[in-house]
Design a protein around this ligand. Structure first.
Ligand SMILES: [Zn+2]
Length: 242
């Protein structure tokens, strides 16, 4: 698998604090599920920004202009489908704070970014601008920043993972190996948020990691999805209606 969209979606570990931050930002985060029966007692809420707002996006470590422009162009691909604006700034203060000098690609989920210390990034874009998947990865990370989960962890995904092989693969790879626990969290665990209620499972989603045929049972794979899919657009329009 040469093109590995390797992303860590990070959620704030303290659910109560995350809930408070989410509801404080957007009171709709608390209760869009009225009438939907909940299977578990886990707090079920969303982490969406207040609709209509301008999100300040800060470049914390001064990437060069070309690099910055490429990030902006990719992030802006979401704009037609959301009722939010981005204001890109060069200082340290932003609702979303991007660092480009680390090697990993990661983002906080939506309003969880509010809980990160203001001196620290909420998004790492380690991918280099010359990388063939640069644009895809930037769009993907901004999808998380807007509140979208990993599509391969959609409760209806039912990916026929060859689990022992997946553990083996991630444990032994040179770059950024993952423990079984991390694999469970990043690949196998299905999410239980409001997103799932809105749209059905979408193999073409830009929020889906590529799945190699060698890591599944039978003939099952998902190539890297390079574009915002129809359902991605639909989900974003539902989350941030105009
Ligand atoms: Zn991701």
């Amino acid at each position: 698998m040469s093109t590995l969209l390797d992303c860590q979606l990070i959620q704030w570990p303290d659910d109560q604090a995350a809930y408070m931050a989410a509801v404080n930002e957007n009171s709709d985060n608390a209760g869009k599920t009225t009438g939907v029966r909940r299977k578990r007692s886990v707090i079920n809420y969303s982490k969406l920004w207040a609709n209509g707002r301008t999100l300040k996006v800060a470049f914390m470590d001064a990437p060069d202009t070309d690099h910055k422009d490429k990030i902006i162009a990719a992030a802006n691909q979401w704009l037609p489908y959301i009722n939010l604006k981005f204001e890109f700034v060069d200082d340290l203060k932003g609702d979303i704070r991007i660092a480009t000098k680390n090697n990993d690609n990661s983002s906080m989920l939506g309003t969880d970014a509010l809980l990160i210390h203001p001196d620290h990034p909420t998004m790492n874009l380690g991918v280099k601008p010359e990388h063939e998947d640069f644009e895809v990865i930037v769009i993907h990370e901004f999808g998380h920043a807007l509140g979208a989960m990993h599509e391969h962890q959609h409760p209806k995904a039912n990916i026929p993972w060859d689990k022992p092989k997946v553990y083996e693969f991630y444990k032994n790879r040179e770059m950024n190996p993952l423990t079984e626990q991390q694999v469970d969290r990043n690949l196998f665990a299905s999410f239980d948020t409001l997103d799932a209620i809105y749209t059905s499972y979408d193999r073409k989603s830009i929020m889906h990691h590529p799945v190699a045929n060698t890591l599944t049972l039978g003939n099952w794979e998902v190539p890297i999805n390079r574009r915002i899919s129809k359902k991605d657009k639909r989900l974003m329009r539902l989350l941030y209606p105009k």
